[in-house]
Design a protein around this ligand. Structure first.
Ligand SMILES: Cc1cc2nc3c(=O)[nH]c(=O)nc-3n(C[C@H](O)[C@H](O)[C@H](O)COP(=O)(O)O)c2cc1C
Length: 335
């Protein structure tokens, strides 16, 4: 079956799930346009995930996806935790908080899957790894279509072998976190897509730096059945990105993004700023602990209007991002 038919969409486009950025209005506007809207539920509790799904359902009758972060087993190293906290203190001081409380997050992945089944969501996508075979089984029994994320041929093959229905191949140009789960490969999309296309037979979705119709069509020629678009939609009216984040995106130039693990402990692409520069070569706790350590810094920076200490994830083609509604931006990919 063709991917657009499997996902019940008109156009071969997936609105990238973007945890912290997607709002019910954003997802519903994408689905209403005829692409696959996706809820970035990675940082949500099961209860928040359910509420979000219900808010989207109030706004659209169309298909949408929920995206989950596959949890990792990370042992907390107390010594590294202390060092990473201390390394962040100069930034805390700049925000008027030399000390702050750190709440360690816990994943509610299994309960989120329960919610997805209960709410009869039609598509579920994953990043940072693969769900366990039992979860794949129960989602499939509920007739939910499953999409994995891969950043190498090896990962794409594993996604296919796990029985998922489609795979997002994420090139090194992509904004946000790397979806990698076997090492940390950094392969540009052209090369990755063509290599994955000859290695798997499930439908492929190309992601990373797709900012116009010409690039999208090229990806479809190279073997993708759809594209996943994140950064191009970041500054839309419906996007939940902070106004200063949207401004930084709209003012960015071609070489403004870098790959960094300083905010979360996991490599991600975002707009270079003072936080990243100050944390260069400093001790960083592994994901998700570093993310918990920097949470208060990031939220206080947003409250105080200081983008120099916020994480502003964006892809290499950020300079091409324009203002508009979700509908106006998506229309440019179709014309
Ligand atoms: C702000 C932001 C947040 C993101 N959050 C997620 C996420 O929660 N889950 C996910 O699978 N991918 C996430 N991504 C990655 C996208 O799925 C996709 O790979 C990427 O946006 C494609 O590259 P582009 O941004 O150049 O379009 C995020 C990307 C951005 C820019």
């Amino acid at each position: 079956m063709k991917l657009v038919d499997m996902l019940k969409i008109e156009h071969p486009i997936i609105q990238a799930p973007m945890a912290g950025v997607t709002t019910p209005e954003f997802v519903a506007a994408s689905s209403d346009f005829g692409v696959l809207g996706s809820i970035g539920a990675g940082y949500l509790s099961a209860e928040e995930t359910q509420k979000f799904i219900q808010e989207v359902k109030k706004r659209t009758e169309r298909t949408f996806a929920v995206n989950l972060f596959v949890p990792e087993d990370e042992q907390l190293d107390q010594e590294l935790f202390r060092e990473a906290y201390e390394a962040l203190q100069p930034i805390g001081e700049k925000l008027g908080m030399p000390f702050w409380k750190v709440l360690l997050s816990t994943s509610q992945f299994e309960q989120q899957i329960d919610v997805i089944i209960q709410e009869k969501v039609q598509v579920c996508s994953f990043t940072f790894g693969l769900p366990k075979s039992n979860d794949v089984k129960r989602l499939k029994e509920a007739e939910i279509k499953l999409i994995g994320t891969a950043t190498s041929v090896e990962e794409a093959v594993v996604v296919e072998q796990a029985g998922l229905d489609a795979v997002v191949v994420q090139g090194s140009e992509a904004g946000g976190h790397r979806g990698s789960f076997i090492g940390m490969p950094l392969v540009p999309l052209n090369e990755l897509l063509q290599d994955v296309a000859s290695a798997v037979s499930i439908p492929i979705i190309a992601a990373g730096g797709i900012s116009d119709a010409a690039r999208m069509n090229q990806m479809l020629e190279y073997g993708a059945e759809a594209v996943q678009i994140g950064t191009a939609l970041l500054a839309t009216q419906e996007s939940g990105a902070h106004p200063l984040y949207k401004r930084a995106v709209l003012h960015a130039e071609a070489d403004y993004t870098v790959l960094t693990d300083t905010f979360s402990g996991k490599l991600a692409r975002g707009i270079q700023n003072q936080f990243i520069k100050m944390m260069e070569n400093k001790p960083i706790a592994p994901y998700p602990v570093q993310n918990d350590l920097t949470k208060k810094i990031r939220s206080d920076a947003a409250k105080q209007g200081k983008p120099e200490f916020m994480s502003m994830w964006a892809g290499e083609h950020v300079h091409k991002t324009e203002e508009g509604t979700v509908e106006e931006i998506l229309q440019k990919f179709i014309d």
